[in-house]
Write a protein that binds this ligand. Structure first.
Ligand code: UAG
Ligand code: ATP
Ligand code: API
Ligand code: MG
Length: 492
């Protein structure tokens, strides 16, 4: 595609060189540049893509899009200067791939917790309704049955457009994607035409990146501010910030609630280890998911499906048969009935929700005793440190035994992370808390402490099949480790 067509509708500050230059590939990473590439220089959190313009040109870039021209330009290379290259990249990518988002029904899900759950449930529901669908999520990207590994919750905007274009070629009509707050701030959703946006909730997370909670709220709201009038904006009005999200949106405002008047209204009749029994818009339904937080997820999925034009009764019938995504309240049960629950709770709110659900679901055994709750939890390195003591305190508040351990330490010292978690353990709970740095040993210890009917919650990593330590991803899967520990202990 010619450079002039790629920058269609983008406001250009200046240009140099041949705007008819033929571009065969787009990248924002100089290491991926080859002959024919358009290199987009983006200012990042670690370095500045502008430092790599020279390298990109040496490697054969045909054109460069940037916010500042380099001191010397090279003959035969075209340069385009814009105000904000991250934002412009969204529009360039959409032009390059022929506006795939405009030809699909693209629905974005944002919020601290529940994005993967809601996007995956929508994907599974719409496939069951008979549509070909796409999914962009933390766990994986999917084009119908084809699984494409995901590296981020929301990919960069070039990858997203490329995937949307593949989805379109495959005949997909609906695509469901997670919109992380990082993605909004870094313009990873720029130029995408959404048919709808869903807000789940907002609580403490990512303050390392956003600085303050207000900035974090603003980032999430930024998604709704960008929605067009043709889209719907569906929000959880039971969340304190639910309506804030819709303040400045041009989209049609719709709501869901378990507590108050809303477009889509739900009520929990019963919540058990077998599923949720709910009234949804006065229809009684059983769902396979567990916990009050999933009642919210299901209600938002129902609302979005109806807003996309589906029959409410069909939606409820099919939704009642849908299973949750991998690593979300996933149960591994030992032969002698120790209940292992692997859950991706990696924020204070998620951990509290999952533990409250477990506390609410357990009941007395034959001897009239309540099962113990043993929680194994850690916090990721190179991520928001403020949540570490809070998560440890929550684990203590709702559990009989707590084992603090490593999550993905990344480039941090695991013991330093654990010390920050320990700072949140109330003195009265010292006795019931252990710290075991090695996650496998921590899970084994939990199993050795458990008796039949006890519940072991292994929180934080859910579907992840690796543990990232100093840049290396080692194979690690909480579910397999739990199964092995049960087997070694003679309970499986
Ligand atoms: C903090 C963060 O969000 N970082 C993302 C960001 O990287 P960055 O700003 O650090 O980039 P940088 O290293 O400073 O480089 C700046 C530019 O120079 C370019 N460069 C760099 C080196 C070089 O030799 N040549 C070159 O061209 C880079 O390609 C980049 O375009 O842009 C990169 C390209 O899109 C992302 O891969 C990277 O994600 C990192 C790996 C990451 O861990 N991100 C996490 C925090 C994240 O985004 N998480 C959210 C989910 C959070 C949640 O809701 O739970 C997500 O959506 O996944
Ligand atoms: N609606 C919800 N409200 C609160 N907690 C939830 C909700 N849905 C799921 N959770 C909890 O949060 C965890 C993560 O859920 P999910 O993966 O759906 O969230 P996410 O927003 O995609 O997370 P990420 O930011 O990592 O992409 C679950 O394992 C569960 O413990
Ligand atoms: N999307 C989240 C995932 C956190 C998962 C947890 N296991 C961790 O590594 O902290 C993040 O990148 O912050
Ligand atoms: Mg997710």
């Amino acid at each position: 595609m010619q450079l002039k067509d790629l920058v269609y509708k983008i406001s250009l500050l200046s240009t140099a060189g041949n705007m008819d230059a033929d571009v065969t590939d787009l990248t924002m990473d100089s290491r991926k540049v080859g002959p024919g590439s358009l290199f987009i220089a983006v200012r990042g959190t670690v370095t500045d893509g502008h430092n790599f313009i020279g390298t990109a040109v040496q490697q054969g870039a045909t054109a460069v899009l940037c916010e500042e021209f380099p001191a010397t330009t090279t003959d035969g290379v075209a340069y385009v200067r814009v105000q904000d290259s991250a934002r412009a990249m969204g529009y360039v990518a959409a032009n390059f791939y022929n506006q795939p988002s405009q030809k699909l029904k693209l629905v974005g899900v944002t919020g601290t917790n529940g994005k993967t759950s809601v996007a995956t449930l929508l994907f599974r529901l719409f496939r069951t309704l008979g549509y070909r669908c796409g999914l962009l999520s933390t766990v994986q990207n999917q084009i119908d049955d084809q699984v494409i590994p995901a590296t981020h919750t929301t990919p960069d905007v070039i990858t997203t457009n490329q995937l949307l274009s593949q989805m379109l070629n495959h005949g997909c009509t609906h695509v469901f994607m997670e919109v992380s707050s990082h993605a909004v701030v870094q313009e990873r959703i720029a130029g995408l035409a959404f048919a709808g946006g869903i807000f789940t909730n907002i609580t403490h997370d990512h303050l390392d990146f956003h600085g303050t909670f207000d900035n974090y709220i603003r980032a999430k709201k930024g998604f709704f501010d960008q929605l067009p009038a043709s889209a719907f904006a569906l929000t959880n009005v039971d969340d304190k910030r639910g309506l804030v999200m819709l303040q400045n949106t041009a989209a049609r405002k719709e709501t869901y609630s378990l507590q108050t008047l809303a477009t889509f209204k739900g009520k929990i009749i019963a919540d058990s280890l077998f599923g949720l029994n709910m009234l949804v818009d006065d229809q009684e339904v059983w769902f396979k998911l567990i916990g009050r937080f999933n009642a919210y997820n299901l209600l938002s999925v129902y609302g979005a499906a109806v807003l996309l034009g589906e029959e409410p009764a069909d939606v409820l019938t099919l939704l009642s048969g849908i299973t949750p995504p991998s690593g979300r309240f996933e149960q591994v049960i030992s032969e002698d009935k120790i209940v292992g629950i692997v859950d991706y709770a990696h924020t204070p709110d998620a951990l509290q929700n999952v533990l409250e659900t477990i506390v609410g679901l357990r009941h007395d055994n034959d001897q009239g005793q309540l099962p113990q709750i043993i929680t194994v939890v850690g916090c990721g390195g190179n991520r928001d440190a403020a949540k570490r003591p809070i998560m440890a305190e929550i684990a203590c508040r709702f559990s009989n035994r707590v084992i603090l351990t490593s999550d993905n330490p990344r480039n941090e010292d695991p013991m330093a992370i654990l010390e920050q978690m320990q700072a949140g353990v109330p003195p009265i709970d010292f006795k019931k808390t252990l710290t075991i740095e090695d996650r496998r040993s921590a899970i084994q210890k939990a199993v050795s402490l458990a008796k039949p009917n006890d519940i072991i919650l292994v929180a934080g990593k859910g579907h992840e099949t690796y543990q990232e330590i100093k840049g290396i991803k080692y194979d690690f899967d909480d579910r397999s480790v739990l199964r092995e520990a049960f087997a070694e202990h003679g309970n499986l």
